[in-house]
Structures are given as structure tokens and as C-alpha cells.
Design a protein around this ligand. Structure first.
Ligand code: GLU
Length: 441
């Protein structure tokens, strides 16, 4: 860690993600001198390569705009590079390195053969028109296409990149590469190679994992009040499945504040989340404007200020601080399943783990998204498409298996389960073993 801090000063998120994993695997690592001899950790924390490129496009006023694009190919020990693209004004190499690092372990947990990658741009989709989004995606792909391929590196969506963006990106890829293999991107439209349930998969998988965790703790999700942060694709899927399982989603949030929904979110509201996302306004207050009786908007507050049993961070890294964790606990919350990547700050995780709040980390909880991307790749490669039931059954099976791996590697001498350790050690062992077997490369 000291070496990395000196080499990459200021890469806050990246160093945070590495620190968490190294702390978790320390004991296991020390039991394997062959890992130490092959310098597995030193190799594993460095991305295989990072592509950086200029993206120039023209906005609706005819003005030329320039952004920076990246693709971080982190680790290919267990399969081709796989991971999403994030379009957000705060994107930096540090953010994408942390996400690529996390993705490597997450993908290892899915049981599918996928390496880890992440990419994106500091392009800010907020307030952009549909045409601007399309022109940006096309300009971005003009550089990215040379770095990716259905057997090399397969991007997908992440914050700011959904089905619409994947459509524009694929259109340009096809034109440039003259290659009509839809498997180069996942999260595609359902009429042209996209998997049924891929849009819902991250949220659905998160709830399957949560159910497993609750059952293991002798609890049931039925009747629980759930606070969700965000209102994008992940939050949307989580709201659908939580409601279907009999829980009550009492809050969703945005950068502008929180919408409290005392009677629980309705189908109309869940559908409206899609409209809000497509508008690029990035305002959750729009929900309260649309459903004034049922939703109460409070500016500047987070979802964690609302009384709940279960907290589901579904928005952005470090969105839940130690103070938020204390407020949640004081308000009766007893479980937090992190759905966003590294959604909880280290102090919040520490507080949960030492104060009787069940906690599971994003790389286990949210792995259903990329797992279903893996299922989309399988369907594309075999030129078939599965029914919703087939995909859902497979997703459910994968989430059960991820939970089992966490229990296997995370059960402590006192019988409690440390899901952070469990997920990190399970992912690490798989990647480390593969690296060792493939020699010093
Ligand atoms: N961006 C998602 C994640 O963080 C999905 C990646 C993918 O489907 O490749 O796992």
C-alpha cells in the first residue's frame, strides 16, 4: 500500500478499493508462499493497460466540445476483459481504475469466465439532448472500437450509459469495424441481441442476494421498509424486485434530495423512474411533482435520513458515510446491502460491522448485472435467445452461488459471516490461482 500511495498519490478511490481487498486477503495470502513468490498482489493491483483518448464532438449550438475517453483493461486471468462504461463529469483515471479493480473480483464471483475492465468519459450527460448523446457516443466509439472486440474486451453500461447509449455505441462500432458480431457490447436492445432481463438484472440480483443473506440470518424481507438511493437503472430494478417480494420501498433519492414515499413505491412511480432517467435532468424532485400526494421531496437530504429496515445504496461510490450509517442505525435500520460499486465509505462499513447491522459489499450484491451480461454473451455466441424465465433462473442460481462463496470464505470463528472478507477472498483466490497457473506474464 505504501508503494502504491507513493506511486499514485491522489488516486483516492483506487487506493481505497485496493486497501479494502488487501486487508481482507492478508491472512489467506500469507498462507500461500507461492503467491508471494510470483508477486501476485503486486501484479494484480496494476491494470494490464489503460487507453486514453480525446473525444471531440459538436453540441446543439454548433460549438465544438472536447472530452477525454478511457478504457482500463485491468485483468484477463479468467477471461476477456469485461465491464461497463461510465459517463459522468467526475470520471478520472483513479475512478476507472478502482472500478476495473473491483470488476475483476466481482466477475470472478459470477462463476463465468470474464476478466475485469472499466471505461468511460468525463462527458456530463446532464442537460444534454438526445442528439448530443448520440453524437458523443459516436465520437467516443471512433476511438474505442480499436481497443475492444467480442473475444477481447466487451463493454456495457454503467452510470450515465444505458440501453440508448449502448445502441448508439454499437451502431458506430458496426460501421467502423465492419463486424456484425453483437457480442462486442452487452446491454443491447432486445430485438438485436440484448438479453431479456439485462436491464433489470443488477437490481433483481441484488434482491436475490439480499434474500439469501436475510434467510441465513433467520429473517424475511416481507413487510420490510427499504430505503433506496438513486433513481437510475439499478435503483429501478431494485424497486421492482423489492416490491414484488413484499417489501415497501419508502425512499428514493437524487443529487437534489430525497423523495419519501410512506405508503411504498407504486408501479406508476417505478415506470416514471425510466422517464426521469431519459430526461437527463438528474432530479428526483420530478417524482414528487408528478405524484404530489404520495411523495414528499426534501432538498439536500439523503435516502439515509428516512426510517427503514434495509438500506440499499444504488447510486455512486462513497455515497454512504459513517454519519449516515449512524443515522440509519439510530432510525432502526438493521441491514445494508451495497448495490452501488463501493457505495459505503470505509468508516460506514466498519460501523455496520461493529454495531450489529448486516452488511454485504457491492462486488457480491451487484454482480447480477455483469453476470447477466455474461449470459448475454453466451446467447450471442451461440446465436440464440433465452426466455425471461431461463435468464431469471440462471441469474438466481448465480446469486445463490455468490452468496455461498461469501459464506464459505467469510464465516468467522464465532459463526458470524463477514461478507466483505468472504467476497474478497473468494474473488481473489480464483484470480490469483489463474494468474499463477498462467506463469509470469
Ligand atoms: N457496470 C456494471 C458493473 O458495475 C455492469 C458491467 C457489465 O455488464 O459488463 O458491474
Amino acid at each position: 500500500m505504501a508503494r502504491l500511495q507513493a506511486k499514485y498519490p491522489g488516486e483516492k478511490e483506487y487506493l481505497q478499493a485496493v486497501q479494502e481487498v488487501l486487508e481482507s486477503v492478508e491472512d489467506v495470502y500469507n498462507q500461500h508462499p507461492e503467491f508471494e513468490q510470483a508477486k501476485i498482489v503486486e501484479r494484480m493491483v496494476e491494470p494490464d493497460r489503460i487507453f486514453t483518448f480525446r473525444v471531440t464532438w459538436v453540441d446543439d449550438n454548433g460549438e465544438v466540445q472536447t472530452n477525454t475517453g478511457y478504457r482500463v483493461q485491468f485483468n484477463s486471468a479468467i477471461g476477456p476483459y469485461k465491464g461497463g462504461l461510465r459517463f459522468h463529469r467526475a470520471v478520472t483515471p483513479s475512478m476507472l481504475k478502482f472500478l476495473g479493480f473491483e470488476q475483476t473480483f466481482k466477475n470472478a464471483l459470477t462463476t463465468l469466465p470474464m476478466g475485469g475492465a472499466k471505461g468511460g468519459s468525463d462527458f456530463d450527460p446532464v442537460g444534454k439532448s438526445n442528439d448530443e448523446i448520440m453524437r458523443f457516443c459516436q465520437a467516443f466509439m471512433m476511438e474505442l472500437w480499436q481497443c475492444i472486440g467480442p473475444d477481447q474486451d466487451i463493454p456495457a453500461g454503467d452510470v450515465g450509459v444505458g440501453g440508448r447509449e449502448i445502441g448508439y455505441l454499437y451502431g458506430m462500432y458496426k460501421k467502423l469495424a465492419r463486424e456484425y458480431n453483437t457480442g462486442v457490447l452487452t446491454g443491447k436492445g432486445s430485438t438485436w441481441g440484448g438479453s431479456i432481463l439485462r436491464p433489470e438484472a443488477t437490481g433483481f440480483g441484488a434482491l436475490y442476494f439480499t434474500q439469501n443473506l436475510l434467510h441465513k440470518a433467520g429473517k424475511d424481507i416481507k413487510g420490510c421498509r427499504v430505503a433506496v438511493s438513486g433513481f437510475g437503472n439499478v435503483a429501478w430494478g431494485a424497486c421492482i424486485k423489492a416490491t414484488e417480494l413484499g417489501a415497501k420501498v419508502v425512499a428514493i433519492s437524487g443529487p437534489d434530495g430525497v423523495c419519501e414515499i410512506p405508503d411504498g413505491i407504486t408501479k406508476e412511480m417505478i415506470d416514471y423512474m425510466l422517464v426521469m432517467r431519459a430526461s437527463n435532468r438528474n432530479r428526483v424532485e420530478d417524482m414528487a411533482d408528478k405524484f404530489p400526494g404520495a411523495c414528499k421531496f426534501t432538498a439536500g437530504k439523503k435516502a439515509w435520513s428516512v426510517k427503514c429496515d434495509i438500506a440499499l445504496p444504488c447510486a455512486f461510490q462513497n455515497e454512504l458515510s459513517e454519519d449516515d450509517a449512524r443515522e440509519l442505525k439510530a432510525n432502526g435500520c438493521w441491514c445494508c446491502c451495497e448495490v452501488s460499486n463501493m457505495g459505503c465509505q470505509p468508516g460506514a462499513i466498519h460501523f455496520f460491522q461493529h454495531n450489529g447491522v448486516l452488511f454485504a459489499p457491492g462486488k457480491a450484491v451487484n454482480a447480477g448485472g455483469v453476470a447477466t451480461s455474461g449470459l448475454e454473451m453466451t446467447q450471442n455466441a451461440s446465436h440464440i435467445s433465452w426466455s425471461g424465465k431461463e435468464v431469471d433462473d440462471k441469474l438466481h442460481f448465480i446469486m445463490d452461488s455468490i452468496h455461498e462463496q461469501c459464506v464459505k470464505y467469510g464465516t468467522q470463528p464465532d459463526g458470524t459471516i463477514d461478507y466483505v472478507k468472504g467476497a474478497n477472498i473468494a474473488g481473489f483466490m480464483k484470480v490469483a490461482t489463474a494468474m499463477l497457473e498462467q506463469g509470469t506474464i
